[in-house]
Design a protein around this ligand. Structure first.
Ligand code: 5GP
Length: 212
């Protein structure tokens, strides 16, 4: 593997398309990936843990963080605040790591603005609407009103698909994980991400010419 720079992989998708599972699986399987834990004012779900799935905050705490400039981006999604803490994203990518984040399309757009050359935007799409609906009901995490909002938002999210670099269809989870993994591998090998190594090789060649 070339000694490339790190970058950010943004995974966005309509709610229920399976992006959180994909992110966590990728993080588990690769040691060059760090998952970016977001902050939110949404109530914690039964299976979620503070500081692992999200930093759960009150609205006052979240607003204090906004005013203190602690977010790379933040947005109101489905009526709750969500934000990506600055933490050490820049240091991580400079240090050759890949930061993976599960955020909405507004967040994806902001990340592209802040890190235009160091962001890869992947949109995960469910194979069809029925499947999406089924998943939202099956996971029993949200009430009917919330599910309705999430389905309505899916329409707007799909309209932004052209802003994304890649589309992954999550028909079969294992295949979708593999697709994301392949995208990451290809991105690692991009010429533009391996400038340092190329420059070093050029310099070494010059030295060789001098010696001969
Ligand atoms: P959920 O409540 O289902 O965990 O997430 C709802 C939506 O908020 C999802 O689309 C998720 O990707 C998005 N989201 C989670 N964290 C962030 C974040 O830090 N920033 C933004 N902009 N969206 C986020």
């Amino acid at each position: 593997m070339l000694n490339s720079n790190g970058f950010i992989v943004v995974i966005a998708a309509p709610s229920g398309a399976g992006k959180t599972t994909i992110c966590h699986e990728i993080e588990k399987r690769r040691d060059d990936i760090v998952y970016s834990i977001s902050a939110t004012t949404r109530p914690k779900r039964q299976n979620e843990r503070d500081k692992i799935d999200y930093y759960f905050k009150t609205e006052d705490e979240f607003k204090r963080m906004i005013n203190a400039g602690e977010f790379v981006e933040w947005a109101v999604v489905h009526g709750n605040y969500y934000g990506t803490p600055k933490n050490s994203i820049k240091e991580l990518i400079d240090g050759n790591k890949i930061v993976i984040m599960d955020i909405d399309v507004q967040g994806a757009r902001s990340i592209r603005k802040v890190f235009p050359d160091a962001s890869v935007l992947i949109f995960v799409m469910p194979s069809d609407v029925m499947r999406l609906k089924e998943r939202l009901f099956k996971r029993k995490q949200d009430n009917l009103e919330t599910i309705k909002t999430r389905l309505a938002n899916a329409k707007e999210e799909i309209d932004c698909i052209d802003e994304f670099d890649y589309i992954v269809i999550n028909n079969e989870l294992e295949k979708a994980i593999k697709d994301v993994d392949n995208i990451i591998n290809a991105e690692r090998l991009k010429t533009s991400r391996n400038k340092k190594q190329i420059e070093k090789f050029k310099e070494d060649l010059k030295d060789e010419e001098r010696i001969l």
